[in-house]
Design a protein around this ligand. Structure first.
Ligand code: AMP
Ligand code: ZN
Length: 112
């Protein structure tokens, strides 16, 4: 499959890794929108959170379980924002589920 995040997971494309476990990988976003901008992705391909189902819910849950660990590794004690985009209107450009973790600054309230 020609998926950039699958390629990052399997090492074909390099990344700046900040956290990894059996189920997920977290790495710095190439084009950061905040002082801290990390993407947390499952190691298996799921198109988006809209594709969550009874079969992959454990994998999705493992990614959620990793979020506080990633936030701790990034010293985001003061808070952070988690975003996952879905489809065209949601602004999703990479069709492999990923949670953006944004922080390191007081983020604006406006989301669009
Ligand atoms: P989205 O628009 O929610 O699909 O987010 C995709 C994100 O992936 C964007 O913020 C990109 O900057 C980021 N991105 C794309 N390619 C890479 C890459 N090779 N390494 C790190 N981040 C990437
Ligand atoms: Zn993928």
């Amino acid at each position: 499959m020609n998926c950039i995040f699958c390629k990052i997971v399997n090492g074909e494309i390099p990344c700046s890794k900040v956290y990894e476990d059996e189920y997920c990988l977290a790495f710095k976003d190439l084009n950061p929108a905040a002082p801290v901008h990390v993407l947390v992705v499952p190691k298996t391909h799921i198109e988006s959170v809209d594709r969550t189902d009874a079969e992959n819910i454990d994998t999705v849950a493992k990614v959620l379980l990793a979020l506080p660990k990633v936030a701790k590794a990034l010293s985001l004690e003061n808070g952070y924002r988690v975003i996952t985009n879905v489809g065209e209107d949601g602004g999703q450009t990479v069709k492999h589920l990923h949670f953006h973790i944004l922080g390191g600054i007081k983020l604006a309230e406006k989301l669009n």
